[in-house]
Design a protein around this ligand. Structure first.
Ligand SMILES: [Zn+2]
Length: 146
């Protein structure tokens, strides 16, 4: 191994603050998890953190990335986007039309394309089949794979 994969560095934020970071990735500064050296500075939040505050990125481009690790069975390092909290906008409220569209989309997922009928669960597979049609069709899949 030669050196750190994520060398420490410095970056200047949009508001003029100079902070430590863990290098860059595709032109964006990479920050570490809270509590670690080079932690993400105040005012930068992930999509989910914004959502927890009832906000959304609102079309802004990510200004930095957050590096985080998965624990053992899935152990790996991943990056996610960080957005500016001051540019975030409120989540759009649920409307009757939106509810209707979501209900229609969920209804469509319960339509079996093989026996052309609605079922009580989501259909699956490339053929969008209910579980009955899917298991009846399993032999076909095996023949195709062979
Ligand atoms: Zn079916």
């Amino acid at each position: 191994m030669s050196g750190r994969q994520w060398p420490f560095g410095e970056t200047t934020l949009w508001d003029g603050r100079t902070v430590f970071c863990r290098g860059t990735w595709e032109g964006l500064p990479v920050f570490a998890f809270r509590g670690r050296p080079c932690a993400a500075p105040k005012g930068l939040l992930t999509r989910r953190q914004l959502r927890a505050k009832g906000q959304r990125p609102g079309g802004q481009d990510p200004v930095a990335l957050l590096m985080f690790r998965h624990v053992k069975p899935f152990r790996r390092v991943e990056l996610c986007e960080l957005f500016r909290e001051d540019l975030a906008v409120p989540v759009r409220p649920m409307t009757p039309a939106k509810e209707k569209a979501l209900a229609a989309a969920n209804q469509a997922r319960r339509f079996c394309h093989t026996h052309q009928g609605h079922v009580d669960h989501f259909v699956r597979g490339p053929k969008k089949q209910c579980s009955v049609c899917f298991s009846a069709d399993e032999t076909t899949y095996e023949q195709e794979a062979a």
